[in-house]
Design a protein. Structure first.
Length: 551
C-alpha cells in the first residue's frame, strides 16, 4: 500500500493480494482498514472462506485451516484522505474447485453478486450478513445493550464438576511455600495474573500460608447445560468479569449469544443462571457473548434499551406492557431452536445475530409463552417458575427415562461412553441409562456434542487439554463416580428430551412470525453509549473474603 499509494505520489495505483480473511473484518486490523479507506477510491473484496476450525467448516482453496480473501485496492488519482473508498464485497462459496471456477467467471463489479458495504464504526469490509431484509431486523445487542465476555480463567484447574476436587487442588497449590514450586502448580501464563500479582485487598498467592482456607466455591456455567464448580477467587482468573458476578440474583438470567463468529447447526443462544465461561457456548472461541437480563443484583435496572418496551407495547397494541422477562422469553424462543440457524444459515455464517420481532400480538404472546417455558426448563427449573402454569421447582420426569444399571466405577476415558440408537441405551462405563432419544445423543451446538462433552468431563482422564496436556493441578481429578451426578445426568437428559420433542412447535411459531410483517430496527430506539457500558462494581466483603465480583 505504501509503495503504490504513497511512495510515488498522488497518481493512480492498484494493490491486489490474497491474505487471511481476518484482516477484512477482524478487530485487530481496524487501523489497516482505515488506511486502505483513506488511500483508495475502490476496494473490492472476494471472500473465499475456507474455515476448517470454526462452527461452519468449508473447503479452502489452499491446504490451510484459516479462511482467505482476495482484496483489490484501486486508486484513480489524487485523493484528499477525507473521502472514504467505496467497498464492494462478494462471497465465493462451495468446494475448492467450485470457488476457483467461480473466480474465473467474474468479469465486472457491475454483476449482481457484489454487495456495497456501508462505512461502519469498526471499518469492516464485510457486510453484517444476509440480504436487506435481514439487515432491517434489530440486532440482539440493540435489545439488550450491555454485552461482555464471560469469565476468562486462562487455566482449567479452578473449575471441576466436583467441589471436593477443587478443595484438593487448592491444598496442593499451597502445599509448598517455595514460590518456584507454587508458580509451577499455579500454571503461570505469559499474560495475566500470577502468584505475585497484587489484587486489591487480597494477599498475594505467593504469600499465603500452606493452611490458608480455600476461597468460596460457586456454581459456574462452564459449558452449555454443564453447571460445574469454580474457586471464586479473582487471583485465579485472567479476566473475571466482576460485573457479571456482582449482578447475580434470584432473578438474573444470562443470555449467551455468539457475537464474534458465525453460528453452525444448532441453537443460536443459551441461557444460564450462573456466570458463564468465556468459552461457554461450544468450548472454543468466544467474545462479547453474554447479555444479562439485569444490570444489578437488585434486579431494579433491566438491561433493556431505554424506551424499547414502551415502543414495542405500542406497536403490538398489547393490553399488558411488555416486560424485560417477556422480551427475553420471546427472543429466546426465536434463537434457541436449530430451525432459526437453518432458516438464516447464510446470514449467521457471519457475526451478528438479529431477532425477528413480530407485529402480531397473538404471535408475540405465543413466542413469549414458548420462551418462558424454555428458559424455565433450560435453567433447570431455577427461573420463571409458576406452579399454576405447571412450571414447578424441579425438572419434570420423562416416562421410561432412567438408570437401568448404576455406575459402580468412574469411566476411565471418554471412550468408555457410548450410545446404541437401536436399544436407546446410553452406557456410562459399567452403568446404563435407558430410553434415551437419539435426538438427545445427537444434540449439538455449533459442533459441540453436549451429552458427550458433559460425560467426558466426568471421567478419570477428562477431555481436552486437561487430558492431553495436563498441568500439575489438572491431574487431581475425581476418583469415583459422584452420587450427585446420577441426578444431574438424568436432569440433563430430561431437559434435552423435552427440548428436542418440542422443536416442531417452536419452529412453527418461528415460521409463522417470519411469514408476516416484522418490526424494523429503525422503528425502535437505539441504545445509548451509557447503556452499553459495563456497570461499575462496588467492592464488598463476604465473610471477610473477596469474590470474583469484588475487584
Amino acid at each position: 500500500m505504501w509503495k503504490a499509494f504513497e511512495a510515488h505520489g498522488p497518481g493512480p495505483g492498484v494493490v491486489a493480494f490474497i491474505t487471511g480473511s481476518s484482516w477484512i473484518g477482524g478487530p485487530g486490523f481496524i487501523g489497516l482498514r482505515e488506511l486502505a479507506l483513506k488511500h483508495a477510491d475502490d476496494i473490492l473484496v472476494m471472500d473465499l472462506g475456507g474455515d476448517n476450525r470454526g462452527a461452519m467448516k468449508e473447503q479452502n482453496v489452499f491446504a490451510i485451516e484459516s479462511p482467505v480473501a482476495i482484496v483489490i485496492l484501486i486508486r484513480e488519482g489524487r485523493t484528499d484522505g477525507r473521502r472514504k473508498a467505496r467497498v464492494r464485497y462478494r462471497r465465493v462459496a462451495g468446494t475448492a474447485a467450485q470457488k476457483l471456477a467461480a473466480l474465473k467467471r467474474i468479469r465486472t463489479v457491475e454483476e449482481n453478486d457484489w454487495v456495497d458495504v456501508p462505512l461502519n464504526e469498526d471499518r469492516s469490509f464485510v457486510p453484517e450478513g444476509g440480504d436487506h431484509a435481514w439487515r432491517t431486523l434489530p440486532a440482539v445487542s440493540d435489545l439488550f445493550p450491555w454485552q461482555q465476555p464471560g469469565c476468562i480463567l486462562s487455566r482449567i484447574w479452578p473449575v471441576a464438576p466436583d467441589p471436593d476436587v477443587l478443595k484438593r487442588r487448592w491444598r496442593e497449590l499451597l502445599s509448598d511455600p517455595d514460590s518456584v514450586a507454587r508458580a509451577a502448580r499455579f500454571q503461570t501464563a505469559k499474560t495475566g495474573r500470577n502468584i505475585t500479582s497484587t489484587v486489591k485487598l487480597l494477599p498475594r498467592l505467593a504469600d499465603l500460608p500452606t493452611d490458608a482456607a480455600a476461597p468460596a466455591i460457586s456454581r459456574y456455567a462452564w459449558r452449555a447445560f454443564d453447571r460445574q464448580w469454580v474457586l471464586e477467587d479473582p487471583r485465579l482468573a485472567k479476566t473475571e468479569g466482576p460485573s457479571l458476578w456482582q449482578s447475580r440474583s434470584p432473578k438474573q438470567v444470562f443470555l449467551v449469544v455468539p457475537s464474534k463468529e458465525g453460528i453452525g447447526p444448532g441453537p443460536a443462544a443459551m441461557v444460564t443462571t450462573d456466570v458463564p465461561d468465556f468459552h461457554h457456548l461450544r468450548g472454543a472461541a468466544g467474545g462479547k457473548d453474554v447479555l444479562p437480563l439485569y444490570r444489578d443484583a437488585g434486579a431494579g435496572e433491566p438491561n433493556v434499551t431505554f424506551g424499547l418496551l414502551d415502543r414495542l407495547t405500542e406497536i403490538l397494541g398489547l393490553d399488558q406492557a411488555a416486560t424485560p422477562e417477556s422480551l427475553l422469553a420471546y427472543t429466546y424462543a426465536m434463537l434457541s431452536t436449530p430451525g432459526f440457524q437453518r432458516r438464516f444459515a447464510d446470514e449467521l455464517s457471519k457475526p451478528g445475530v438479529r431477532v425477528p420481532l413480530t407485529r402480531d400480538p397473538d404471535l408475540w404472546l405465543k413466542g413469549v409463552e414458548k420462551g418462558t417455558w424454555l428458559i424455565w426448563l433450560h435453567t433447570y427449573a431455577e427461573r420463571f417458575r409458576d406452579s399454576k402454569e405447571g412450571r414447578h421447582d424441579r425438572v419434570p420426569r420423562v416416562k421410561g427415562l432412567g438408570w437401568e444399571t448404576p455406575v459402580s466405577e468412574l469411566p476411565p476415558t471418554a471412550n468408555d461412553i457410548s450410545y446404541d440408537a437401536g436399544t436407546r441405551i446410553l452406557r456410562v462405563g459399567d452403568g446404563s441409562v435407558g430410553n434415551v432419544d437419539p435426538a438427545v445423543w445427537e444434540y449439538s451446538l455449533s459442533g459441540m456434542e453436549l451429552v458427550k462433552k458433559w460425560l467426558g468431563y466426568r471421567t478419570a482422564k477428562g477431555i481436552g487439554n486437561a487430558a492431553t496436556k495436563p498441568k500439575p493441578l489438572d491431574r487431581i481429578r475425581p476418583q469415583t463416580w459422584i452420587d450427585s451426578w446420577n441426578d444431574e445426568l438424568l436432569d440433563l437428559l430430561r431437559v434435552l428430551t423435552l427440548t428436542t420433542r418440542q422443536f416442531p412447535e417452536q419452529d412453527a411459531i418461528l415460521q409463522a412470525i417470519c411469514d408476516e410483517e416484522l418490526v424494523l430496527a429503525t422503528e425502535l430506539p437505539k441504545p445509548t453509549a451509557v447503556q452499553q457500558q459495563v456497570p461499575k462494581t462496588i467492592p464488598r466483603s463476604v465473610a471477610g473474603k473477596l469474590t470474583l465480583g469484588d475487584v
